[in-house]
Design a protein around this ligand. Structure first.
Ligand SMILES: [Zn+2]
Length: 703
């Protein structure tokens, strides 16, 4: 899995849009539910699952096969939430529900295999989400057993062969190979087969209006790239490098891709950046981009990260949260290697440097965490984990490292592992013990910044960057020559660093440097001007105006805003120039344009009503939460609330994605403090469904 805020991109962190900063993750442990794995091994399950869209329910018929390992009189399946069991027809096994488990009761004998079947109904509170046009699941961190009785513990791997009955006009992506689609009138039954077992947190399906593009890896694995039919022109930039990524990782890891096929599907309002469900990666549709958007924000890192999990996590799985870095550290490291292949070595070192800075800071604050701390933050699991592998590889060399990885996977495929299982394989391939490495990188909570530094300065680029960044405290007069020299064909990151150092310095000294930076035509260097310069000097006006044409939606949005503020006399011209530009999936530029058009005096006065309508439209549930949040902000800023936007705000305040929900709730609370709005809410009450009405009453009482 990967969280939005972990995604560092081509540019320094400070330039990342806010949208990428999400929570620090609540770490989860798979160990909560005890040691049942010593008593029973659930082997396989066959089921027919019917999601009821209108009722937001799941009805299913299931049949589990399990082997008893120790004599006992009961075993259980996890079933969190209110399950209703129906039609239980097992002669020898009694079934009942208790304490979020379905208990199977009988005089079980060791080494015997049993089968139990039942039907159930559940209205999932989480782990399965019903949206207007999509249904999708998220097992990790939420527990699959909220919609499908299964094993919350990662240590029992099951072969899942599931069929789904869904409306005929929808399609579905799920684990395994699609083996049959049978028509039953208004519905179709889609049957999937898996050949190998996996942990329950990886069970998944997504229903929607999907089209797909098929490609094949060099090793002949069928890969399906899903998209909405309205996004057909965005398939290439969104999925750019997908085949290269697949071929690279298969080669680099040195073990054939272990599942029957590979699917990737972008989902609306997904909870994370991506999730590596076995053979079916789900990711946020915020990554659907055109070729300009690709430059600012692309799917490459998440694409590689989730694919790497198909080996590290899905095939070879942690025993407990103590070895969680065997999932996330590995996926992050292999994603980094993939980016090195695509974007080059400087990029690789830049990202290592960025994460080292964060880890060093954490460590210096006394908050460093060891890799085997099950409650560590994701910075530790992901970035320190990746660093540990980078350092380990430098120490043992490429061929030993690859051999160890190979042995580790082959030995533990479809099983569970601890950190020691991995270290043992490296020690064997290396021929020496790795006590020191283990102490420094696995057990120690502090980050070994000196070791990291020594590794970083092996990169010429990092050395050059350090030279320039060391000038931060130097008076501008004394460094002009050096900065000017470095601005000839500047590197992305070094160029940005230079632009930074020009901020707030006297213009008569910095003017030629700014001009040089503009003329470099480096999109990221120019972007750093767009993002760091608030007051635009007249001498740079035409240079700055040229930013509106840059192939970056971040640059364009920022430049439009700054030009509008700095040169009121040209506001209409800037707006005319940018009319019709949409921007990212959240329509960042279009929405900003509407906002500016509405507050610009005498600009398209006759169309202002239409602009307001358009902004209000973007608050509707049919749009993604990023789009809605932006629109709600603008509506709030301009106080444009009407019936529709208030209804949309109430809907947003109950959204499944907590960050958007909290944002909307705060906005709603603010409005409810105002008597006029209280009256307005009373007027729209009759349009609310029961849940929303109860919610609104509660909010009114709370205020
Ligand atoms: Zn991950």
């Amino acid at each position: 899995m990967i969280f939005f805020y972990l995604l560092q991109k081509i540019k320094p962190l400070i330039f990342l849009p806010r949208f990428f900063y999400l929570l620090l993750w609540l770490s989860f442990s798979s160990f909560v539910y005890g040691q049942q794995t010593e008593i029973v091994d659930f082997i396989s399950v066959k089921a027919v699952v019917r999601p009821l869209i209108k009722e937001k329910k799941v009805i299913a018929t299931t049949s589990y096969t399990f082997k008893i390992l120790k004599k006992c009189d009961s075993v259980y399946l996890d079933a969190q939430g209110v399950f209703l069991l129906k039609n239980i027809k097992n002669r020898k096994i009694a079934i009942h529900l208790n304490n979020n488990k379905i208990w199977l009761v009988s005089k079980f004998k060791p080494t015997q295999t049993y089968t139990v079947s039942f039907e159930y109904e559940v209205s999932p509170k989480k782990a399965l989400y019903f949206l207007d046009h999509q249904i999708w699941t998220q097992g990790q961190g939420k527990y699959t057993s909220n919609w499908f009785p299964s094993i919350d513990d990662m240590n029992d791997k099951i072969e899942f062969d599931l069929s789904y009955i869904i409306p005929s006009d929808k399609s579905i992506v799920a684990n395994g190979k699609l083996v049959a689609v049978t028509d039953t009138g208004a519905f179709k039954k889609w049957s999937f087969d898996m050949k190998q077992p996996m942990s329950s947190y990886l069970l998944s399906f997504a229903v929607g209006d999907f089209s797909k593009k098929k490609i094949t890896s060099s090793s002949n694995v069928a890969i399906e790239l899903y998209y909405s039919s309205t996004d057909s022109l965005l398939v290439e930039p969104t999925y750019r490098y997908s085949k290269i990524i697949f071929d690279f990782l298969e080669n680099e890891i040195g073990v054939n891709y272990p599942w029957q096929n590979y699917k990737q599907v972008p989902l609306k309002d997904f909870l994370y950046a991506g999730m590596e469900n076995t053979s079916a990666t789900f990711f946020s549709d915020a990554f659907i981009v055109d070729s300009i958007g690709f430059i600012d924000r692309n799917y490459v890192n998440v694409n590689a990260h989730e694919l790497a999990h198909q080996w590290f996590g899905n095939l070879v799985t942690e025993t407990s949260g103590q070895s969680h870095w065997l999932h996330e550290g590995f996926a992050s490291y292999y994603a980094l290697l993939t980016e090195k292949e695509i974007f080059g070595e400087d990029y690789y070192y830049w990202k290592l440097f960025q994460s080292a800075e964060q880890l060093k800071l954490l460590s210096e604050q006394g908050k460093g965490e060891s890799l085997n701390n099950p409650n560590a933050s994701s910075l530790t699991f992901y970035e320190k984990g990746a660093w540990a592998l980078h350092v380990l590889r430098e120490k043992v060399g490429d061929s030993v490292f690859k051999k160890a990885i190979n042995n580790y996977i082959e030995k533990h495929r479809y099983k569970n592992v601890t950190t020691d299982d991995f270290i043992i394989e490296v020690e064997q391939a290396y021929g020496k013990k790795l006590h020191e490495f283990k102490k420094d990188w696995i057990l120690q909570s502090a980050f070994k910044s000196e070791q990291a530094y020594q590794s970083l300065i092996k990169s010429n680029f990092i050395n050059e960057y350090f030279k320039i960044s060391a000038l931060r405290g130097t008076p501008i007069q004394l460094k002009i020559a050096e900065l000017e020299k470095a601005l000839v064909f500047p590197d992305d990151f070094i160029g940005q660093e230079i632009v930074y150092q020009l901020k707030n310095e006297p213009l008569y000294l910095t003017l030629p440097l700014y001009k040089k930076a503009f003329d470099s035509n480096n999109i990221f260097v120019r972007q750093s001007i767009a993002l760091s310069m608030d007051k635009i000097p007249k001498e740079l006006k035409s240079y700055y105006e040229s930013l509106l044409m840059d192939s970056s939606y971040l640059t364009q949005e920022s430049a439009l805003g700054n030009l509008w503020v700095n040169f009121p006399e040209n506001q209409s011209r800037y707006l005319d120039e940018m009319e019709g530009v949409i921007g990212f999936r959240d329509k960042n530029i279009r929405q900003f344009w509407l906002f500016l058009a509405l507050i610009t005096e005498d600009y398209q006065t006759a169309r202002k009503d239409i602009f307001v309508k358009e902004l209000i439209e973007y608050t509707a549930p049919s749009y993604g939460y990023n789009t809605r949040e932006k629109a709600l902000r603008y509506i709030g800023n301009l106080n444009l609330w009407d019936e529709d936007s208030l209804l949309h705000l109430i809907d947003a305040s109950q959204h499944h994605y907590w960050r958007f929900r909290d944002f909307s709730r705060n906005l709603l609370k603010g409005l409810l403090e105002n008597e006029n709005y209280q009256k307005q809410f009373l007027l729209i009450e009759h349009q609310l469904d029961v849940d929303s009405l109860i919610f609104l009453k509660r909010m009114l009482n709370e205020k």
